[in-house]
Ligand binder design. Structure first.
Ligand code: GRF
Length: 237
């Protein structure tokens, strides 16, 4: 029997009232998977993933998307002359899906100011530290080296300042004396898998916005470190 065609982001509009998501990745895509599961399990409502785009051809996240019938696209940054050329092509591809929200879920490239400005208020990122601590890379080792007692992850709106946009929410983990960068990364990653879908749920319910560089939830300005959802709220995601 012939199978009906799978919905394709470019030809099938999202159902009315659904928030359209485009997810950018570079690698494994475990955060992508957590978003897919949260939508499938009705933990995130009114949201449809229109496309997953990777800048690396071998990103496993592309397979995860394809297995779910989600358009999985690679734009290999190495095929472009420079950062601007790649970001222009990426922006054009992203905009073709008319996204309400673009999610950087392990997208490991610095974006040009022009790209960020075109999507301001619609672009969020998950970062593996309790911002403003440890912007950039190697966050787990840096937290251990500093003797910190806690570490965690942040979801924030993306602005032109790298890892510096308004924080939406954070989740913390304890650093044990036996933790290595690897064990800490795995503890933090588990929190990311709850925190990012929760923030997407807030956005899709129209509870979350960024106005004049300030993140607001339910109409109230968020503190500089965003919300700290309780473990109960996170575990429910
Ligand atoms: C995550 O730790 C995220 O915080 C960082 O990149 C990693 C991506 O992991 N920005 P995955 O590809 O979602 O598994």
């Amino acid at each position: 029997m012939t199978q009906p065609p799978k919905p394709s982001g470019s030809t099938f509009p999202s159902p009315k009232g659904e928030v359209s998501l485009v997810i950018l990745i570079s690698g494994n895509g475990s955060n992508l998977d957590s978003i897919i599961q949260a939508i499938n399990n009705n933990k995130v409502h009114h949201a449809t993933i229109r496309a997953v785009i990777s800048n690396r051809p071998n990103a496993y996240g592309l397979e995860r998307a394809a297995q779910q019938g989600i358009p999985a696209i690679c734009l290999d940054h190495k095929q472009y002359e420079n950062r601007e050329a790649f970001d222009n092509a990426l922006l054009e591809k992203v905009q073709s899906y008319q996204p309400d929200l673009v999610i950087l879920a392990g997208f490991m490239r610095i974006l040009t100011p022009g790209f960020v400005r075109s999507l301001i208020g619609k672009l969020i990122n998950v970062h593996p530290s309790l911002l403003p601590k440890y912007q950039g890379l190697n966050t787990h080792q840096r937290a251990i080296d500093a003797g910190d007692l806690e570490h965690g992850c942040s979801v924030h709106f993306v602005t032109e300042e790298l890892d510096g946009g308004p924080v939406i929410a954070q989740a913390a983990v304890k650093i044990d004396s036996t933790d290595t960068a690897q064990t800490l990364e795995s503890k933090v990653r588990k929190k990311e898998h709850k925190l990012l879908p929760l923030c997407i749920q807030w956005f899709s319910l129209k509870r979350l916005t960024m106005i004049d560089n300030v993140a607001t939830l339910d109409g109230a300005n968020l503190a500089s470190q965003g919300q700290r959802p309780t473990d109960d709220v996170l575990d429910d995601m």
